[in-house]
Design a protein around this ligand. Sequence first.
Ligand code: PEP
Length: 253
Amino acid sequence: MRSRAVVGNWKLNGSLAANEVLLKALLREIPRDSPVACAVCVPSPYLAQAQGLLRGSGIGWGSQDVSRFDKGAYTGDVSGTMVAEFGAGYAIVGHSERRAIFGETDAVVAEKYAAARRAKLTPIFCVGETLEEREGGRTEAVLARQVDALLGSCGVAELDGGMVAYEPVWAIGTGRTATSAQAQEAHAFIRGRIGAQAKEVAARLPILYGGSVKGSNAAQLFAMPDVDGGLVGGASLVAEEFVAIWRAAGATG
Ligand code: PEP
């Protein structure tokens, strides 16, 4: 059985006051022990706040990015070790917004994945095609390129202990969700690509779906055999929505 997870990506949102309200609302609903992991990836300045409020709870926390470097003259970067010092368990790497807006290449994303692993974080490695790529029939080629870059740089064994998030770019923040069939097809392709190198690693690997997941569409998506939970942007800022999504992944709390 693969582990399942629902992870919130707050993006560039939050304030000390708003975070406290949101996290306390989540704490009321999410129990310590659950078969479905729950976590929030917060802007790095709020890691200390997340640690203070969530320590000992059933909710994990993480960052939305890490530097590919461990230390040195890299102004503005935050290392995996720094993130881990605040008790974080997760780091998103290669989110499409980082790839598209900040120019992160497949090679840089692979270095960030490795840096997160060195810091003993669980990297959530994001892949996904643009609308133009999907409409041009290039979805599988894009996913293959993104996955192969990670496999080539880090080696398949490094995928053990990580997670993948399939996030079609056209579904992120657009209100347009992939159909469960589209999600299943992409997830199965990703798992197959990894499985061609190490069957057992692929079988154990949680692959989350991200892209306009809501309480109303989560159950259908999560019912697919290769969809092991979700990476949730906008809806993770609304406690009731996020809890509903987490419950739809099979959580009993
Ligand atoms: C995301 O940012 O990873 C995401 C999936 O966003 P949204 O849920 O808002 O589409």
